[in-house]
Design a protein around this ligand. Sequence first.
Ligand code: PLP
Length: 391
Amino acid sequence: MADHLMATYNRLPVQFTKGEGIWLWDSEHRQYLDAISGIAVCGLGHAHPAVTQALCEQAATLVHTSNLYGITLQADLADRLCEISGMQRAFFCNSGAEANEAAIKIARLYGHGKDIACPAIIVMEQSFHGRTLATLTATGNRRIQAGFEPLVRGFIRVPYNDLDAIRTVASNNSDTVAVLVEPVQGEGGINVPDAGYLECIREICDANGWLMMLDEIQTGIGRTGQWFAWQHGSARPDVITLAKALGNGVPIGACLAHGAAAEVLQPGKHGTTFGGNPLACRAALAVLENITQEGLVVRAAELGQRMRSGFSAALGGQPGVTDIRGHGLMLGIELDRPCGELVGKALQCGLLINVTAERVVRLLPPLITTDKQADMIVAQVSDLIRDFLTG
Ligand SMILES: Cc1ncc(COP(=O)(O)O)c(C=O)c1O
């Protein structure tokens, strides 16, 4: 059926034709509960009426003009994002990888501004930042890099959640200009760092004149129970990258910046044809408005707590379950063995889940999930895991 598609994905044998809220329907009219939200994208669920209406109106009015001209909706979206994030300027693009490319370019320009000829960015083991050449180099996973050498220069890798490793780089590498880090590692296995990690990175960055750059592509837009995960603490970053949930499925990415980082990109230094077009910005504005109106940021925190407690009660003593962790609605259940086959088993039961880092069941349910649906996910996933471990 897909003879003319490049073989980039091992797709599951299902095609969805319709969605509503947390539910999807396949071409045979079977119903599925979506506990992965298109990988942290559809925070408002599928076919959210307000987003649908905004898209229809905008599609009937103006879809695209390019960045040769002013775009009022883009300026409005920048205002709103800066208001909720504590940042000062926004650059809009079309994906997470592109948002990180913008951040990497900002760090390099910032370094060159300090007469550093070969600026270096500290990145983490097990991180994921995208599939472009620079972002796959920044990514801490050899399998994603293999075959694409030569990789991009200018990255220094350290273990996640290891502040001494960052301090060691500070002592030994005067070309360092920035740290790029996920507040919670998503693809890497829902790895939650120790409390105070980001605050200490902030201190190290301040002491060395580095930019602190947070990849909030998976954690942002309410998923962890704050608009942005850094807001659980006090360490405001210099750069935040966003994508995924910002458009609830309409492709849009953003690189937000504060202070000196907000001033480095000047005309001619960066750009994109589609980035921040009226359609995408209208969708993102509708997303932010509805998350606000429906109180979904607080709700994500409550639901995450409810689901983690549920999993602890159901699986806490289960041999083979090595950890239950998460932050808001980013949930991970780590097993003592590879468990990729659970994804297919869940699909057969009408449930969409994901396994990352080989042995971590990852759940990223929509922020609109009800208590009852949350409890259903916990019960079903716990049963699947128990059967898998004992069967
Ligand atoms: C933390 C993080 N950064 C970057 C990306 C890349 O985003 P995209 O696939 O939109 O390029 C992802 C995607 O999973 C991600 O989770």
